[in-house]
Design a binder for this molecule. Structure first.
Ligand code: CA
Length: 225
């Protein structure tokens, strides 16, 4: 899952990036509102963490303009102020949630997990497809209750697939949600990652239907059939 952090305080932006990358998220940073708005409107993100006080274009304006352009990406707003009025203004501008600085990183993570939950999902942090399970809180993946060890990128790729189960995902979509803006990644590299993931998720489970499917000419999907 790819996150854009728009925050002018470098120390905070960089520590967010570092912390979120440890949680297997892919993170791009923008240090001002104008550039952040451009990135958010041209790149595909799964979440935007938006500081309220920014040079050039403040967080409130970024939020309003993105919604005006019908960009539905969930927005989590950060602010130094914890006043009810600011909270209401942020939500009215189109933000989905709001965290006041200083915040605890654990709380921020919990709010991010909540925003990634689809509406019908409950508080569960476990994603499943058939007998494959992914625990987004403890980063544990199992199939038929057997633990599967994945690299950070394989985990990120699988999480993206599991959150879009049954959907055909193109290589371009996969690249833009699983790698950051600076990554120089070619479509062929995706084939290598898929092959590795199959060797862990499907190949060892002989006699069970494979979960990763190639849809020739379109991409890949994760599904029980
Ligand atoms: Ca700021």
């Amino acid at each position: 899952m790819r996150i854009l952090v728009i925050e002018d305080e470098r120390r905070i932006a960089l520590s967010l990036k570092k912390g979120l990358e440890l949680e297997h998220y892919v993170v791009d940073i923008s240090y001002n509102g104008v550039e952040g708005f451009d990135l958010a409107s041209t790149e595909e993100y799964d979440l935007i963490i938006l500081d309220r006080m920014l040079p050039h274009m403040d967080g409130m304006a970024v939020c309003r303009e993105l919604r005006k352009k019908d960009i539905p990406t969930p927005i989590l707003m950060l602010t130094a102020k914890g006043q009810t009025k600011d909270k209401i203004e942020g939500l009215d501008a189109g933000a989905d949630d709001y965290v006041a600085k200083p915040f605890s990183f654990e709380e921020l993570l919990a709010r991010i997990r909540a925003l990634f939950r689809r509406p019908k999902e409950t508080a569960a942090t476990i994603l499943s497809v058939g007998d494959l399970r992914l625990d987004t809180k403890n980063f544990v993946v199992t199939r038929k209750q057997i633990p599967i060890s994945l690299s950070s990128k394989e985990y990120a790729l699988l999480e993206y697939f599991m959150r879009h189960q049954g959907q055909i995902l193109s290589k371009e979509q996969i690249i833009s949600h699983v790698w950051d803006y600076d990554a120089d990644i070619l479509p062929n590299t995706i084939e290598v990652y898929i092959k590795n993931l199959r060797s862990k998720i499907d190949d060892p489970f002989v006699g069970n239907a494979p979960l990763i499917h190639t849809v020739r000419g379109f991409g890949y999907k994760l599904a029980t059939i």
